[in-house]
Design a protein around this ligand. Sequence first.
Ligand SMILES: Cc1cc2nc3c(=O)[nH]c(=O)nc-3n(C[C@H](O)[C@H](O)[C@H](O)COP(=O)(O)O)c2cc1C
Length: 171
Amino acid sequence: MEVLEAIKTRRSVRSFKRKPIPDEDAIKILEAARWAPSGGNRQPWTFIYVKDPQVLRMVKNCSPGFYGDAAAAIVIGVEGGAREISLLDVGFAAENICLAAHALGIGSCPIASFIKESIKRIVDAPEGWEPILIVSLGYPDKMPAPPPKKPLSEVVYLDTFGKRWEKLEGR
Ligand SMILES: Cc1cc2nc3c(=O)[nH]c(=O)nc-3n(C[C@H](O)[C@H](O)[C@H](O)COP(=O)(O)O)c2cc1C
């Protein structure tokens, strides 16, 4: 799938088929995460790939923002607390995960709504490691319709704040 098409057609999926993800595809997705950019190339992240149904159920039960029976989930966390730069790094890795999954026909949803302390306990996190984001994964049951996105003309200015770019009118 072409990158620009993948970016536009990726959706947050909250309804999944009961179908496991082949380990080889999961590894491709994790490989995409590993290649994400990070500040100073620090790569502060750890990715916990959760596929055991019992562990997955516990993760879901501690995550009010986790919808649907996902086949797996990736808990992304960092060493040394949630510094601003680490949050950015996790965001880049998460988008790589979502796009790689989409390219393989696998749906995903980023999930920030979870109980941190419970997730730390479930994944047996070491001291000083913080979960930042969870990404659920599974074959989409329903592909959601695209949600409204603000037009370019509303979110882009040319050269200085507030200066409209006439080429973007109506886009
Ligand atoms: C940082 C972040 C946190 C999110 N947390 C949740 C969440 O807890 N639960 C959820 O269902 N969706 C969550 N989402 C998904 C957004 O709701 C979704 O990206 C947005 O509605 C746009 O839809 P789209 O991803 O299909 O373009 C999150 C997305 C991001 C980027």
